[in-house]
Design a protein around this ligand. Structure first.
Ligand code: PLP
Length: 393
């Protein structure tokens, strides 16, 4: 069966060039990068080379790159590392749980936190950030692009507000890296997180950028790895892969890959909206990363659509999470003001570097018919059709 993968915000396939770069570090080049002999020097050089490639992608100094086990650790390190009991944190209601729950944890340990709302497109007004500032505000953590809607936040304006107030600014750029240029100087942030597996490197490796001179309380205690900011023997194959993926991402951005990706995404969205009534793009009208489409199909369950499409070979995802046996609508979509049923009817379709025009054709051939079939089973849609409201002529 033909399978098309359009769930690249969940994870991306490791690119062949990336796999080839990391492979020798599993067997021939196995040294501990802290060892002073040949084997250690070999892996140390590879780690530093990767650090340089990541620094080039982010526009920073190599010494400002801290390798972590992924985006979750980078987010947790930034939040736990930059605040102390008594401090106030400003974040948003649409952050990834790696930020949201890290802030909630700080609230249980003497901090206060403000969770800013978003407008109907999922966008945070920088003036809301300014209004939320308090004398005790120590950290602002607002994501660069949302993982569900792809909506990009005004991080440069927020960076300026943070700088004027003398407050640290962290941004989760996990869903921005490789899709849009990132320049930590323009953003003016003290910390920024990225994750390897969202940019075609493997799962389990990430980076926290930390501006030189920023004091950080580490999460782990142990060796003096990563300049004592992150103890633990380095994941050399993962780091080498992330370095290679960062290099390829930079080349792709310079080649204009985001424009091509946006064309494919826009064709997909327009094709769906032209063929399916009572469908809408969540986050439409806001600046968005080029690979993400989040679409709601009234009268159906997103989960049911994900399963039906998977049976036909198309992988997409729904923002809903199954907790205690019930399907919880996404906190991001409800923050946009969507009703519970609208949030539950949404699916996320996310493109990757490997996505081809034929993959979009495949999705367009499957989606409208699958939605129509599910709607035939939907009590709310049937009622409409029977009563003539919304029925097609
Ligand atoms: N932040 C965002 C916005 C994400 O989308 C994700 C992963 O989905 C993470 C953080 C966590 O990254 P990781 O999976 O590398 O821990």
């Amino acid at each position: 069966m033909r399978r098309v993968y359009l769930d690249n915000n969940a994870t991306t396939p490791v690119l062949p060039e990336v796999f080839a770069a990391m492979r020798p570090y599993f067997d021939e080049r196995f040294g501990n990068a802290s060892s002073i002999h040949h084997h250690g020097q070999e892996t140390r050089a590879a780690v530093e080379d990767a650090r340089e490639s990541v620094a080039k992608l982010l526009g920073c100094q190599p010494a400002e790159v801290i390798f972590t086990s992924g985006g979750t650790e980078a987010d947790n390190l930034a939040i736990a590392g930059l605040v102390a009991p008594g401090d106030h944190i400003i974040t948003s209601s649409i952050e990834h749980h790696a930020v949201l729950l890290a802030c909630k944890h700080q609230e249980e340990h003497g901090c206060q936190a403000t969770y800013l709302p978003v407008d109907g497109r999922g966008w945070i007004d920088p003036e809301e950030v300014r209004r939320a500032l308090r004398p005790k505000t120590k950290l602002i953590s607002i994501m660069m692009a949302n993982n569900e809607t792809g909506v990009m936040q005004p991080v440069e304006e927020i960076g300026k507000i943070a700088a004027e107030a003398g407050v640290s600014f962290h941004t989760d750029a996990v869903q921005t890296a490789a899709k849009m240029p990132i320049d930590v100087q323009r953003i003016g942030c003290q910390a920024l997180s990225i994750s390897g597996h969202k940019i075609h490197a493997p799962q389990g490796v990430g980076v926290l950028y930390l501006r030189k001179g920023t004091r950080l309380q580490p999460l782990f205690y142990g060796g003096r790895h990563e300049r004592s900011r992150r103890a633990g023997t380095e994941n050399v194959p993962g780091i080498v892969a992330l370095g290679k993926a960062a290099k390829l991402a930079k080349e792709g951005l310079e080649r204009g890959d985001p424009t091509k990706m946006a064309e494919l995404r826009d064709r997909l969205e327009q094709g769906i909206l032209a063929q399916v009534e009572e469908a809408a793009v969540n986050g439409a009208g806001a600046p968005r990363v080029p690979n993400t489409a989040n679409i709601r199909f009234d009268h159906i369950e997103g989960e049911a659509l994900v399963i039906a499409l998977d049976l036909k070979g198309l992988a997409v995802s729904s923002g809903a999470a199954c907790s205690s046996g019930a399907i919880e609508p996404s906190h991001v979509l409800t923050a946009l003001g969507l009703r519970m049923d609208q949030a539950r009817s949404s699916v996320r379709i996310s493109l990757g570097k490997q996505t081809a025009a034929e993959d979009i054709d495949f999705a367009l051939a499957l989606l409208p018919a699958t939605v129509a079939r599910l709607r035939e089973l939907s009590p709310t849609y049937r009622r409409k059709v029977v009563s003539g409201v919304g029925a097609k002529s």
